[in-house]
Structure formats: structure tokens, C-alpha cells
Ligand binder design. Sequence first.
Ligand code: HEC
Ligand code: HEC
Length: 459
Amino acid sequence: MNRNRAGLLALVGVLALSGLGTSTVHAQAKKVVSSYGPTNQDVTFAQIKAERLAVKAERAKAHAALLASRYELMPAVGDALMSGGKAVPVGPTARLTGTSWDGLDKLTPEQIKEKGLFPYPPLPFPDHAEGGMLFPKMTIDVLPRLVRFDLDFDLPEHVLPEKAPPIYLTTRPDLGDVSKGKVVTLENYYEIFNGVLNPKQLEGLRLLVTQFPQQQFNATEDRRTDRADGMIGVACFDCHVNGHTNKATHLVGDIRPQEFRHRINTPSLRGVNVQRLFGSQRALKTVEDFTEFEQRAAYFDGDHAMAAKKGVNVLERGSQVHFMSEFMSILDFPPAAKLNIYGELDSAKAAPAEVRGQALFFGKARCSACHPAPNYTDNDMHNLKAERFYKQTLAGGMVMGHDGPIKTFPLRGIKDSPPYLHDGRCLTLEDTVEYFNLIQQLHLKATEKKDLVAFLHIL
Ligand code: HEC
Ligand code: HEC
């Protein structure tokens, strides 16, 4: 990951050559490269930690200022509840500077870009130059091994999913939530699931809650946890908590250089059985492929040499990957009491705002062009061209670049998984409606936006 940054810094060093003695430049370049690169055998954990701690407060402050300039972060919740009872956050949270939502609606994409008014440019990672896996406090409270000494999660808890999301199984809908209100871990998975799963699924679940080495969580000097014991690592369900998500964040492995990499939000694993593309951009074709890819490449920022050094766990396709996938493939969307067998509103149960919202969703607002019933995904990728609305500037160490084609995430159970979009730039459903109102140039009225949100709540 950091080799790019090291390369960049080394280049800066070379450019500064004229002003400095050669030996100074050499010392600087050596220091930077050896701290972060794969040849860091000569640098100790203590040295790396000190370097990271030296910039921690300053980087956190800069990122907090960026968030505060973009969003209203004070808790605001309404009557709608997630499946496990947590209040759904209310928005829009995006701050507008010198305009209103109506004012914005009257401008063309070019005018919004020219005036710098777009409320939803890409969201940078809390320390974009650094990256890595980063977990919300609510998960760290349950799993303290996930603390990073150098970086804290950035978004407030009211815009995150439930701490222990309910688990619904396609195979046993009669049981409702099978999590028993707990975060499923290696310690309790057997007790919770024995008798509900077959032995093969149970073994798959065991692997999903077992930690394996990862870039920041491993025993080498170049780690970002204080712990160096052999047990350290991450488990699939550290991010995909209870088969859903805690919105733990990461930088996508595929893109270089560092400042172009997307921040990515952990997606839910509910409903992977009805999906055909996996990963926001990779579009891997099976859950099995994604499972292998996660531990071999994503865990190590797409650097296979780093993976070997830090102790990659190569999963065996037939007896491990398939078992894990079998369990993931029975994770259902939450029950939606108001949807009929076509996945549309049952008119006998629907409130007027929901009926109006559905009509907009399938009509004027054209949401269903990409999010058709019953699962509200077309299993395809779309390039929404959000860059029509903003300039390619640098913000928080990230280039506000083009998103490119992104997978259509399903909208079933969507109220359970804020914040939204691949990078979490829309903190609430109201924000996603404002986003698509601009992206699609819909010119919706304020009441229509409310109706759409009412419909999203029942999915
Ligand atoms: C940092 C926390 C984290 C951990 C740990 C993690 N994932 Fe993920 N997972 C993500 C993120 C982020 C994505 C989205 C990737 C992208 O957009 O390219 C993802 C995507 C996926 C997807 C595709 C979902 C979709 O809707 O496209 C599957 C399947 C998946 N992960 C399974 C696993 C498995 C299996 C493991 C353990 C081997 C695992 N994940 C470990 C964060 C995590
Ligand atoms: C042209 C295709 C297209 C249309 C039209 C469209 N969407 Fe989407 N939708 C997408 C894609 C692609 C994503 C993922 C974008 C990303 O992550 O950057 C998405 C993401 C979302 C999300 C967030 C999903 C998540 O898990 O984070 C919501 C909510 C959403 N759309 C609602 C709507 C609504 C409401 C409308 C109509 C007003 C709409 N969409 C119209 C393609 C579309």
C-alpha cells in the first residue's frame, strides 16, 4: 500500500536534490522507503508506531474538519426503525453553502461544478495516505482486538447499522432473527447455530468468524495493532457483522496511485444469493471467487508479495471456500411485511405516502430502471458520471476523481445499512434521494422526495 507513497516521497526527495546535500537526501529517502516498504526488516515496530503517532492528531483534525464542512453530524432520527429496533437516521445531512436544495435544483450540472456546490463528492478515507481496515467503535467495544493505534473510525454511530444486526435465514424464515441479539463470534457461534445449520454450514460459519492475518493486523513490525501475538488478524464477520455490516471502511485494492483509490464501505452479505456481481467495481462472478479474493488480495491491499510476508491464509476451494459460501448464501434480506409476492407494495397494508413513493420509484423518478422489484437490483453496473458535478481537485488527500462504473446495490432492507453508496458519502436515505435527484436531473418536489424515502423504508 504505502510503497506508492514512499515512491512519491522519494521522488520529492530527488526533486529537492539541487537544494540539499546528496547524503541528506539519501538518508531521507532511505528512512521513508525502509519504514513502509516490504524491506522494512531494519525498522522496528516502535519506530513505525512513533512515526504514525506523530501525525495522528493532525490528520484526525483535518479529516474532522472536512466532515464538518460537508455534513451535519448531530444525531437526528425519526420514527422509522431498522429491523432490530435501532432508529433510522434522518437527513439530508449534507451541508449546502450559499444555496438551498431548491436553488441547487435550478442549476445545471455545469453550473454546480463551476460554483463548487455539489454536496456529494467522493468521501476520502479518514487518513487517505495511510488507508487499511478501520472498524467503528461499536464493534471494537465487543472485539477490542480490532483497535488500531494510529487511526480512529470517523462517522458517528447514529449513521451506522445496528451493533448486533439481526440474522435471517432463507432456510428457516419461521425462526425470525436467529442471532439472539448477540454479535456472532468464534466463542459463541456453535452454541447459537448448532441445531439450525448442517455441519457443513456450521464449519463455513466457523471460518467466517475466525481471524486470519491481514495487512494492519498481523505479527510483523509493520502492523497497526499493539498486539503481536500469533492470534492477531481479522475475521470476515469483523466487518460483515452477523452477515450484515458495521460499515467498517477500507481503501479499494485495485486502484493506484493511492490518492485515486476509492474509500469503500463494507456491504451487507444479506441477499448475496440473488446477486450475480460482487464488489463495487471488480464484478467478481461468484461469492466463492470473492471469498478467495478477500483473504488473498483485499486483506493485503492487492499486494501479493506483502500477503506472503504477513502470513496469507490460502483457503482451500472445495472444503473451505464452498463451506463459507454456503453459509453466506442462506443470509436473507430482512422480512418486509408490506411487500407482496412480486416485491411490490401490498395495497391493503400501504400508507398513502408509501403508495405515492412507489409510483414515483417506478414512474417519474425512474429508480426501477436500475433497481427493479423484487430485489431492487438489476445485477448490473452503471456509470452515474457524478463527476459532471465537481472538479477534479484534491480533498483530504484524495483526488475527487471519477467513480467509474459501480454495481447497483440491492435496495431490499436498505434502511438497515446507512451510510450509503460504495464510499458512504450519503449518510441517510434522504441524502441518497437528493443525490439521485441531481444525478438523474429529476427536479423532484420536496413532498415527492419525502414520499420516495417513505417507500425506501418499507423495502
Ligand atoms: C474491512 C472489513 C472487511 C473484511 C474483514 C471482509 N470484508 Fe468482505 N467486503 C468488505 C468491503 C469494503 C467490500 C466491498 C468491496 C468493493 O467494493 O470492492 C466487501 C465485499 C464483499 C463481498 C461482495 C459483496 C457485494 O455486495 O458485492 C463478499 C461476498 C464478501 N465481502 C465476503 C467476505 C468474506 C468471505 C470475508 C472473509 C474472508 C470478508 N468479506 C472480509 C469489507 C470486508
Ligand atoms: C442508472 C441506474 C440507477 C438509477 C436510475 C438509480 N440508481 Fe440507485 N444506485 C445505482 C448504483 C450504480 C448505485 C451504487 C452507486 C455507488 O455506490 O456509488 C446505487 C445506489 C443506491 C442506493 C444506495 C445503496 C447502498 O447499499 O448503499 C440507494 C438508496 C439508491 N441507489 C436509491 C435510488 C433511488 C431512490 C433512485 C431513484 C430516485 C435510484 N437509486 C436510481 C444505480 C441507479
